[in-house]
Design a protein around this ligand. Structure first.
Ligand SMILES: Cc1cc2nc3c(=O)[nH]c(=O)nc-3n(C[C@H](O)[C@H](O)[C@H](O)COP(=O)(O)OP(=O)(O)OC[C@H]3O[C@@H](n4cnc5c(N)ncnc54)[C@H](O)[C@@H]3O)c2cc1C
Length: 444
């Protein structure tokens, strides 16, 4: 991988400078609300709870620094994509409930942009929409897009694109700038963010950390892909891996060759899909699944990813844009997102124990964290609102299988999805049966 910086949390953090943990917890303390995890779920919950009741003593407990996890490593798609499975939500709330969740997510894209505007968070945000392309007949059938191959090429010249769909309800963001901005705002308002403070266990009224114990009547678990690391939660959500690479800045000629003159995000309809953004400083950041899961629900080492993943993302990049053959990659990294057994997110709070949680957004968490943060606010404050009536509120899900079944299952699943993609790329007219089998194995 000569020349490709690997890990170092993410390119985004490398660009803005990796922060040192601050306000480390010193000894035992108490507060009104203890939030475990300083990603966007925890920070948005703190933001909205403080806004609703500034007298609350709110503490965020973060093992490394705010934004160390997926919130500071993601692809920067602030999208209205459903965080979870429509059919699962429909089982509890019908199609109307799914529509309400979709509408709430769409509104959340504007909510995030609005807060960023008001609070002076400069996160390279452009409400540019997202272009999804189909690169085979089977992908086209699934996507059912309104754009012809020519119309796709007018936006971005993706090799082999046969059709496309444009969704305007999506914004491009710089993840580290967004999460550090939200962290700055909550700190300025008086919320204490105790970084370098790893939580070891959570129980009603008490959070134990390596630095002391925090007593609080309300404890919110906001750990997403890191949940498995907490005592008693190993099989709750599977830490699914996703990885990105970022190119060196493209020359004007290279941008012309790929025909990507706008800021729209770009994705495809493969089962092992890719996602990309044009960064504010003129690079392409492209992500995909890579090695999906590490045995025993382990997470990564400071964002370092495998050589195989880097080469596979390089191959995807040049398959989409042959004109970029040989382009330098400056950075590669990975992170974990939380996948519940039914691939659907949940936001919960039990007023009798004071315990709550939110997450399991399955890769569509950037916007969902904001909606979840506002929903946690309403649940904690005992408000009955449109948000608390969304189908993901109080959603229960069974646990994942023990190892080695978990590892074998997830790896088999992604082998099946990749095999389905190969068949579809070879000319299959419809979604491969292999993918349908994989969906059934996955429980999607
Ligand atoms: C590579 C990648 C690309 C993605 N791309 C997109 C995208 O483009 N669009 C989109 O919508 N979603 C995307 N996602 C998903 C999205 O980023 C996440 O769903 C979202 O950021 C989750 O936020 P969170 O606050 O719940 O979790 P996180 O941001 O992961 O925060 C959890 C925090 O908990 C901390 N922590 C861990 N263990 C402990 C402990 N024991 N004690 C205290 N703190 C602890 C971690 O350090 C971390 O800061 C992507 C995810 C990944 C990994």
């Amino acid at each position: 991988m000569g020349g490709v910086r690997n890990g170092d949390v993410s390119f985004w953090w490398h660009q803005v400078g990796r922060p040192s943990p601050s306000d480390v917890l010193v000894g035992d303390t108490s507060c009104d609300v203890a939030i475990v995890g300083g990603g966007l779920t925890g920070l948005w919950a703190a933001f909205y709870l403080h806004e609703a009741d500034p007298s609350l003593d709110i503490r965020v407990l973060e093992a490394e620094f705010a934004g160390f996890g997926a919130s500071g490593r993601n692809g920067g798609w602030l999208s209205s994509e459903l965080a979870g499975s429509a059919s699962t939500y429909a089982e509890v709330a019908g199609e109307a409930g799914v529509d309400r969740l979709r509408a709430a997510l769409r509104a959340s894209v504007d909510e995030v942009i609005g807060v960023a505007d008001r609070e002076g968070i400069d996160a390279d945000i452009v409400r540019s929409g997202v272009l999804t392309v189909a690169r085979s007949r089977a992908q086209a059938e699934r996507l059912d897009g309104e754009l012809t191959a020519e119309q796709v090429a007018d936006r971005i010249r993706v090799a082999g694109a046969v059709s496309g769909h444009f969704d305007p309800d999506c914004a491009r963001v710089h993840p580290a700038k967004l999460v550090s901005g939200v962290a700055r705002v909550v700190r300025d308002r008086g919320v204490r963010v105790h970084e370098g403070t790893r939580v070891t266990s959570v129980e009603p009224g008490r959070v134990r950390t390596e630095r002391g114990t925090v007593r609080a009547p309300v404890v919110l678990r906001c750990l997403e892909g890191f949940t498995a690391g907490l005592a008693g939660h190993r099989r709750d959500w599977l830490p699914m891996n996703s990885a990105l690479v970022v190119t060196e800045p493209l020359s004007a000629d290279q941008w012309r060759a790929v025909g990507w003159s706008g800021e729209e995000l770009l994705g495809d309809e493969a089962h092992a899909y890719c996602y990309a953004q044009r960064t504010a400083d003129g690079r392409i950041a492209m992500g995909g699944r890579g090695v999906p899961y590490r045995f025993g629900s382990r997470t990564d080492d400071d964002g370092r990813t495998q050589r195989w993943t880097v080469e596979s993302l390089r191959a995807t990049l040049t398959a989409l844009f042959p004109a970029l053959e040989g382009i330098g990659l400056d950075h590669a990294w990975c992170g974990v997102l939380g996948v519940p057994r039914d691939w659907s997110a949940s936001v919960s709070f039990d007023p009798t124990t004071g315990l709550g949680h939110a997450g399991g957004y399955v890769g569509s968490g950037l916007t969902a964290t904001n909606l979840a943060g506002r929903t946690l606010r309403d649940l904690v404050l005992g408000r009955d609102t449109d948000l608390t009536a969304l189908p993901w509120t109080g959603h229960h899900v069974r646990r994942w299988e023990p190892e080695p079944l978990r590892w074998l299952g997830v790896h088999a699943l992604y082998r099946l999805y990749r095999a389905a993609d190969r068949r579809e790329d070879a000319g299959l007219a419809r979604t491969s049966r292999i993918a349908r089998v994989a969906d059934r194995v996955a429980g999607r």
